[in-house]
Design a protein around this ligand. Structure first.
Ligand SMILES: Cc1cc2nc3c(=O)[nH]c(=O)nc-3n(C[C@H](O)[C@H](O)[C@H](O)COP(=O)(O)OP(=O)(O)OC[C@H]3O[C@@H](n4cnc5c(N)ncnc54)[C@H](O)[C@@H]3O)c2cc1C
Length: 539
């Protein structure tokens, strides 16, 4: 066996942060294992490369859900990053922390230390603001966050129209309250994607002898002696190998794979484990439950030529745009997936904004291709999703074979409140599209089309066309109730020396995109692990 102090499973948004922090002390030996390959690829570094990575079999797990009964039994495509940086290497780069009330709610659910005032220092510790993004916040962190490099007139028109429907104009979504419309910040530095690998690990990789990073290493299970985690079993270079952790094993495999690995290792619902012939190490029935994801529905409209940047990414102009990017690292290839957004309430009784409307002055489709193809006509697009959905899904074991993915059961729109809220959000979006100045750029609505007006027609459209917004969370939830999987220090219940530190520990998914809060979880998780280690040395 090869021996380390800490073994971190998964080099994603949280895993890279954790590896950086835990290996800061040269006396601490850290092993970070990642199933995917290294991330040295032009299209990972280039923000517009997101479209190329979306269905990449090399860098993406390319998961599919089970057929979803509420969506006419469609299977929904679930991309997840599979490389150094994990999903932060393939995502849309939007940087949104969430609402302060999300975290206060986490704290009030029985998780001391997770309120907004507690987590804000961890958000701040990570980031450095480029340009004038959030000048109110001193920032010297490792992860650069910037404003959009191009402020396309359609995005500015969207913001003005949103204001005219009564929304406030926000200059920063990341101060804890989000209701209003504004430009989105992105994890992009000088036109280059900032995955957590780039920001946190690349600067030290190869320079810290105490940090070992292994790619192409698929973890099959966590090993135990009694109820104490002692190491991992991985498939590496075609061979099954074992590595030992003297202090802790930390699962950072993400909200879809961390619960899967727990179950494969004997931690989960004992009856379900028994059905698959897995010996139970600890009966923790909440593993894989409480799955939450954002279900997104888009509206698209054809615009006048200046109302979109589609034409810059097609025909001969795309070569000019490519050259512009190579020379200046600016232009449309340097933008994240959405550049403006509005956070709104779905009704007067809702306590704080529960709908996110993300706006793009461009459109694309997959039309039989594995890559996004930009439409050859000028058009804009906006997606609506309920940021605190009421529906709950599940990640369920399908087999004891670690190479077979589990069953993903999202249960989108199962709760009637989600349907009601989506209807309100989509109507609000149409209201913004109908308001000047944005309305003067619009020639006609393409999707769903102006004929869709009644609730029944909208619901029909959602069921046929709705997709995921790539934010699964909550499957190893933190808490102190019977369905909690980890405690407030992220230790897995019923066992020792094992933690989960990634998006799966969120008891409730945050009001917004999930990369920033997952990075915060990595920062806070690292502090807790180091503090507990220091305590145990004193004891
Ligand atoms: C297409 C897409 C677009 C998105 N857009 C945005 C956005 O614009 N803004 C935003 O905030 N969020 C976005 N997200 C969501 C965000 O990126 C994720 O919430 C976040 O990255 C989750 O971090 P994580 O650490 O929990 O998991 P991940 O970053 O997914 O990391 C998990 C890592 O574990 C590895 N792993 C899994 N199983 C094993 C195993 N058995 N053995 C070894 N390694 C394993 C994986 O390969 C992966 O590298 C997007 C996600 C996707 C997929």
């Amino acid at each position: 066996m090869n021996c380390y102090d800490y073994i971190i499973i998964g080099a994603g948004s949280a895993g890279c942060v954790l590896a950086r922090r835990l290996s800061e002390d040269p006396a601490t030996r850290v092993l970070l294992v990642e199933a995917g390959p290294p991330a040295d690829d032009f299209w990972i570094r280039t923000p517009a490369g997101m479209g190329k990575l979306f269905k990449s079999e090399r860098y993406n797990w390319c998961f599919q859900t089970e057929p979803v009964p509420t969506l006419r039994n469609r299977r929904i495509y679930w991309p997840r990053g599979k490389t150094l940086g994990g999903s932060s290497a393939v995502n849309g780069m939007v940087y949104v922390r969430g609402n302060r009330r999300d975290f206060d709610h986490w704290r009030d659910l029985g998780n001391p230390g997770w309120g907004w005032d507690d987590v804000l220092p961890y958000f701040r510790r990570s980031v450095r603001h480029a340009g004038d993004a959030n000048p109110s916040e001193a920032s010297h962190g490792l992860l650069t966050v910037s404003d959009p490099s191009v402020r396309h007139p359609a995005a500015l028109a969207f913001l003005e129209s949103a204001q005219r429907t009564g929304l406030a104009r926000l200059h920063d979504f990341n101060e804890g309250h989000q209701e209003g419309a504004g430009l989105l910040q992105a994890t992009i530095h000088n036109g280059v994607r900032q995955s957590t690998y780039d920001a946190f690990l690349a600067p030290v990789a190869g320079r810290r002898p105490n940090l070992e990073i292994r790619t192409g290493a698929h973890v099959r299970r966590v090993l135990f002696s009694g109820v104490a985690a002692t190491g991992i079993e991985i498939l590496l270079e075609g061979k099954i190998q074992r590595f030992e952790a003297a202090r802790e094993v930390v699962l950072c495999a993400g909200a879809l794979s961390s619960p899967h690995l727990l179950m494969l290792s004997g931690i989960g619902d004992a009856e379900q484990l028994r059905q698959h012939g897995i010996a139970t190490v600890a009966h923790v029935p909440g593993v894989g439950k409480n799955l939450q994801d954002h279900f997104a529905v888009r509206v698209q409209a054809q615009t006048t030529p200046g109302g979109s940047y589609n034409q810059h990414l097609g025909g001969w102009r795309k070569y000019a745009e490519g050259a512009r990017y190579l020379v200046t690292k600016g232009g449309y290839l340097a933008l994240g997936s959405s550049i403006a957004a509005a956070f709104v309430r779905s009704g007067p009784d809702v306590e704080y904004a529960d709908m996110e409307i993300s706006f793009r002055p461009m459109t694309f489709s997959y039309a039989g291709s594995s890559e996004a193809v930009v439409d050859n006509f000028p058009a804009i697009s906006a997606s609506v999703y309920r940021v605190r959905p009421a529906s709950r899904g599940e990640v369920a074991l399908r087999s004891s074979d670690p190479m077979q993915s589990p069953a993903f059961i999202p249960n989108y729109l199962q709760h009637p409140d989600d349907v009601r809220a989506m209807l309100a959000g989509l109507r609000r979006l149409r209201e913004i599209f109908a308001m000047k100045p944005l309305s003067s750029l619009i020639v006609q609505e393409l999707l769903p089309g102006e004929q869709v007006r009644t609730d029944a027609q909208w619901i029909d459209y959602m069921e046929r066309e709705g997709q995921c917004a790539f934010h699964p969370a909550g499957t190893c939830k933190m808490g102190n109730d019977a369905m909690a999987v980890v405690d407030a220090r992220l230790r897995v219940r019923g066992v020792e020396r094992l933690r989960v530190v990634d998006a799966s520990i969120m008891p409730v998914v945050t009001s917004g995109n999930t990369n920033a809060p997952t990075i915060m979880i990595g920062e806070k998780g690292a502090d807790m692990i180091l503090a507990d280690a220091a305590l145990s040395r004193v004891a």
